[in-house]
Design a protein around this ligand. Structure first.
Ligand code: FES
Length: 156
């Protein structure tokens, strides 16, 4: 890992932006990585702006590495003001762009953030609207939840 990348990650971890739960979120996405077992949850709040429904703010929690924290911190700033479709079009590489290129072993960390964002912004199937399954109240609860709780695993 380059010194520049390490410096940027250290700075982001030292002062993470948008860390924590959001009580009034409109959408929540949770994803686990099969590569490392880490988890990340993202909360998203929308607002109306010039006739468009755009992301007002986003927050995150993670049991993840420093790279995941840094990418989530930057991504939650990056998606502000974007529509759900615009945010959904962003790849892990786009979300981690402010850090610069990630080494191959850290690419899945950015994909963890992408996965949580996609999970939050992907429309809920009608079956889940009729039979809502609220996520565990905290990421820690989710980690310790019985195995029947569904967590999307990001595999690519
Ligand atoms: Fe697991 Fe980075 S090593 S998210």
């Amino acid at each position: 890992m380059s010194d520049d990348l390490e410096t940027k990650i250290r700075a982001a971890v030292h002062d993470p932006q948008n860390l924590g739960e959001m009580a009034d979120a409109d959408a929540i996405g949770t994803v686990g990585s099969v590569d490392c077992g880490d988890m990340l949850r993202m909360w998203v709040k929308f607002k109306e702006e010039n006739g468009r429904r755009v992301i007002d703010r986003a927050t995150f929690q993670t049991f993840g590495c420093q790279t995941a924290i840094a990418v989530a911190s930057m991504a939650t700033d990056l998606i502000r003001g974007k529509t759900a479709d615009e945010a959904l079009s962003l790849s892990g590489e786009d979300l981690s762009a402010p850090l610069g290129p990630l080494p191959p072993m850290k690419i899945h960390c950015a994909q963890l953030v992408e996965g949580a964002l996609k999970d939050a912004l992907t429309p809920t199937p009608k079956s889940e609207i009729e039979n809502p399954k609220s996520p565990a109240p905290t990421l820690f609860d989710q980690l310790n939840a019985p195995k029947t709780v569904k967590i999307k695993l990001h595999t690519d």
